[in-house]
Structures are given as structure tokens and as C-alpha cells.
Design a protein around this ligand. Structure first.
Ligand SMILES: [Zn+2]
Length: 273
């Protein structure tokens, strides 16, 4: 891809929304915030069952962001190196999720830097383009924020922070606005658990539409029938992806929504300053 083409792809959400607004006509018979709603499908921890997600995304001509724990690749129950490569080759984004998935705020600054920066260097060395990072367990502190930025990530994703429809809280956020939120503190829907239904997954998009659109980020882990608390059944995911693909909602890679070109990793000596 040429540099100019790359820049075209990496439009910001604000630019996308402006484009949508500019193109939208008042005579549209179906005035809806569907066009203003952007869905990002994210998959954490490099579980082997996520190969199924790759198949389903391809089936529905969608792409997602996979946050890889680089030291875990190839271990039992985790994706193999070849499987991660196949996901990337299919157009999915490979993001960073540390070397070993620690609770970052419990670590020294040097240990946090090793977990975050060495993981990013490993992903770069494997040929990936890690622009996006996800905090293990959604945990970070002020040191983490500075290190993630310093190691060359353009954005970082938390775990949760957006309210589900079942929470009537009048002031809670229902979607994220990357144009106004710190790009290193971006929120997701509650992590998907095995009890989730197709209707619940759909309801997150619908509530965002009812609240003016915005970025709706799903956080998936295992794809299986009750193999783990944090899982979704393959059949439910299949139906949901089919529904999203037909809904008119824009489905985009997390790194593309936030924007920014791939940045080099700092040398270890620079990163430790
Ligand atoms: Zn994780």
C-alpha cells in the first residue's frame, strides 16, 4: 500500500463523521444514527479459539483487532505463530497486550516498560504493525500511560467503561468519542461473558444509535461453548457478525478509528529514559 493510500485508510472518526454528515440527505427515508455509529470488534489474549473468529470475520467480510500477548503465542490453548500470521494476512489488526499479561500497576517502571515495549518490538519483529495497545485487565497508572505512548503506540484500550442498556444510569457513556477522549484511555463495552445472547450484542449498537452514535467497541476473549467465563458461542458470534454486516453500521479496526501512522519503536536505551 502506498503512503498516500495508507493515509486515506487511517481517517479519524471525526473525519468519518464529518463525511457521513456531509453525504447524508434530509430526504433519507430511514433517518438513523446507524451511519454515525462505528463498531470495533476486538479480541484479547491470543486464545486458540480465536481462529474461529478469524473464519467468521472473513465469512462476513469484516475485520477485527486482535491484542496479542507475544510470549504466549504458540503455547497450549493459544494461537500459533502461523494463526496470528493468517489473521494479519486477512486484514485484521494485530495490537499489543504485553509480554506476559501482568497487572501493570503492580510492577516497577522498568518492568512495565519491558512488558509493553519489548512486546511491541516482538510484534514489529514478526512483521506486524502494532499501533494499538490494550491494558491487561484494563489496569494502568500514570507510569503506564507514559510508557505506552513512549513505546510508540497511537492508542490504548481499557476494559469496560461504557454502560450496557441494562444500566439505567442517566449520565453513563453509551459509546466512546475518540475525538474528545484521551486516546490512551478509550473505553469498551463490558467484556463479553458466556451468558451473552445475540439480542444483548445487538442492543449495544442500538443504544449507541439512540444516543447519537459514536464508537462501540466489543471485547471478546474465547470463542466456544462455555469453555470459559469470558467467552461467546461461535453460533452467537456468527449471527451477530452477520447482523452487523447487514446493518449499515461501519465496522473498523481500532487503530483506524483512532488514526495515526505506524510509529517506530524506540531503542531500548531511549525507552528507558
Ligand atoms: Zn487480556
Amino acid at each position: 500500500m502506498t503512503l498516500s493510500a495508507s493515509r486515506c485508510v487511517a481517517v479519524t472518526l471525526a473525519a468519518l463523521l464529518a463525511l457521513v454528515t456531509a453525504c447524508g440527505g434530509k430526504d433519507d427515508q430511514k433517518p438513523s444514527n446507524a451511519a454515525k455509529t462505528v463498531v470495533s470488534l476486538t479480541f484479547d489474549d491470543a486464545w486458540a479459539t480465536q481462529a474461529v473468529a478469524g473464519d467468521l470475520l472473513r465469512k462476513h467480510r469484516l475485520v477485527g483487532t486482535f491484542y496479542i500477548i507475544s510470549d504466549f503465542v504458540g503455547r497450549p490453548k493459544r494461537l500459533t505463530k502461523a494463526q496470528v500470521g493468517a489473521l494479519a494476512a486477512a486484514g485484521n489488526e494485530i495490537g499489543g497486550h504485553t509480554l506476559t499479561h501482568p497487572r501493570l500497576p503492580t510492577l516497577s517502571e522498568a518492568a512495565q516498560r519491558r512488558e509493553i515495549c519489548d512486546d511491541r518490538r516482538a510484534l514489529l519483529a514478526m512483521g506486524y504493525k502494532p499501533r494499538s495497545f490494550a491494558y491487561p485487565y484494563g489496569l494502568f497508572d500514570a507510569r503506564t500511560l507514559a510508557i505506552v505512548r513512549g513505546c510508540g503506540y497511537n492508542n490504548a484500550r481499557r476494559s469496560g467503561g461504557l454502560a450496557p442498556p441494562s444500566n439505567p444510569c442517566p449520565t453513563c457513556a453509551r459509546s466512546e468519542n475518540p475525538g474528545t477522549t484521551d486516546p490512551y484511555r478509550l473505553r469498551t463495552l463490558p467484556a463479553v461473558r458466556r451468558s451473552v445472547t445475540l439480542e444483548t450484542l445487538k442492543s449495544y449498537v442500538r443504544q449507541a444509535e439512540q444516543h447519537g452514535g459514536g464508537l462501540v467497541t466489543y471485547e471478546f476473549h474465547n470463542i466456544c461453548d462455555s469453555c470459559d467465563e469470558f467467552s461467546v458461542r461461535a453460533g452467537v458470534l456468527d449471527q451477530f457478525l452477520g447482523w452487523v454486516a447487514a446493518s449499515g453500521v461501519s465496522v473498523r479496526l481500532f487503530g483506524d478509528v483512532v488514526g495515526g501512522d505506524l510509529r517506530p519503536a524506540p531503542q531500548p536505551a531511549q525507552a528507558s529514559k
